[in-house]
Design a protein around this ligand. Structure first.
Ligand code: ZN
Length: 380
């Protein structure tokens, strides 16, 4: 068998008319010998900083089960990250999760260009080619990107089993969150552990900017570390995705206003200079995104502070997580995208409400109950 070249993406056939394309940006930790492991010890290359552990096998299984084509990178993200825009400062990582990458520390523009040409572009071009091949058969592909995340980052444990990342197009993410949450055994993050709106990332370049429905699935690495677990996850995802992918609306070209423009302007305020974004977006244009960002921060805060009980929130402020869920439901219903009570709660709690109660809700004290009763009278 001819040895596979690290530069050439792994292509899984499948039916180009299936209406689905599976991607795996961080499938491999391979680095050509002449890079000398970028100066890292072999053990570092086995870690999440070099690749998404388990993701490749999930992607392959998903493709096989759905009969869909898939494209997997065959080079380490440490060489160059195909899930970054070409002008993104983290395109070539100098430091990853605390480890300095000696072979990247002093890379210049010429060095980056050489890696773009050798690794990034062949993978990127393969995605473009597959999307175009699908469109030529009059099938609008939904793009599913498979990643995995480390169970703890910088000493912080991450509670989610998986996270669905998305920008403004929620056609797949929203029903998939509901489907995966429904089983009751999974903590499903919505835009956790990262926000899916990243200008220039793979899904922005290939899906969002072309109006293709898309979602990025992040699975916690310890759940897919073995081949068997990864295959199980691939099959589980396929099962959850099948009815969603059968909906004609995910195979329509629809443009959704990206959240990234506002995101860039926000990062400018944090110190990063992005003149273009600041002049193009007026403050009034930005306000809805700022408000949304505050909501996300509030929700993230409440998810973190599981010690704060709903009854305390009610007693002190007259609202709690369930009120917030109801407000979300009211807004969604008014916008013609109705949410059930369970769905809206899962979006606020980051897991089914019942599960949150079992995990974090404490028995209310007599004092809390009395204060709540007094407050209830007051709220009449
Ligand atoms: Zn990844």
């Amino acid at each position: 068998m001819k040895p596979t070249k690290i530069e050439e993406p792994e292509l899984i056939g499948g039916d180009v008319g299936s209406g689905v394309l599976i991607l795996c940006d961080h499938a491999s930790n391979a680095i050509p010998a002449e890079f000398g492991n970028l100066g890292l010890a072999e053990a570092e290359l086995e870690r999440h900083i070099a690749h998404d552990i388990g993701a490749a096998e999930v992607a392959r299984t998903l493709a096989r089960t759905l009969g869909a084509p898939a494209i997997l990178s065959r080079f380490s993200r440490l060489l160059i990250d195909p899930n970054r825009g070409r002008d993104d400062p983290t395109l070539v990582m100098r430091i990853a999760d605390g480890a300095i990458i000696p072979g990247n520390a002093a890379i210049d523009e010429t060095g980056i260009e050489a890696r773009l040409e050798r690794f990034y572009r062949p993978y990127d071009d393969a995605i473009t080619g597959a999307i175009e091949a699908s469109l030529e058969t009059d099938s609008v592909p939904a793009i599913i990107s498979i990643h995995s995340f480390t169970p703890s980052l910088r000493g912080r444990a991450r509670p989610w089993h998986c996270g669905l990342l998305f920008d403004a197009d929620e056609r797949i993410a929203k029903p998939l969150i509901a489907a995966l949450s429904a089983s009751g055994d999974l903590i499903v993050g919505a835009n956790e552990p990262y926000d899916g709106a990243l200008a220039g990332d793979t899904l922005d370049r290939h899906a969002g900017s072309r109006g293709l429905a898309n979602v990025l699935v992040e699975i916690r690495q310890d759940l897919i570390a073995s081949q068997e677990e990864a295959v199980n996850w691939g099959e589980r995802l396929a099962l959850a995705l099948r009815p969603i992918l059968a909906e004609p609306r995910v195979h329509r070209i629809e443009f959704h206003a990206s959240r990234t423009r506002a995101g860039r302007a926000l990062s400018k305020n944090a110190g990063a200079v992005d003149q273009a974004a600041s002049t193009e977006a007026s403050f009034a244009d930005l306000m809805p995104a700022l408000e949304a960002s505050v909501y996300r921060r509030l929700v993230a805060h409440l998810r973190e502070r599981t010690d704060v009980q709903n009854i305390d929130l009610m007693n002190l402020a007259g609202f709690c997580r369930n009120c917030l869920s109801n407000w979300l439901k009211d807004a969604a219903d008014a916008a013609g995208q109705p949410l059930s009570k369970e769905e809206s709660r899962a979006l606020v709690y980051g897991m089914p409400y019942e599960e949150w109660r079992v995990r974090y809700q404490k028995e209310a004290t007599e004092v809390q109950k009395a204060a709540f009763a007094a407050g209830a009278a007051h709220r009449q």
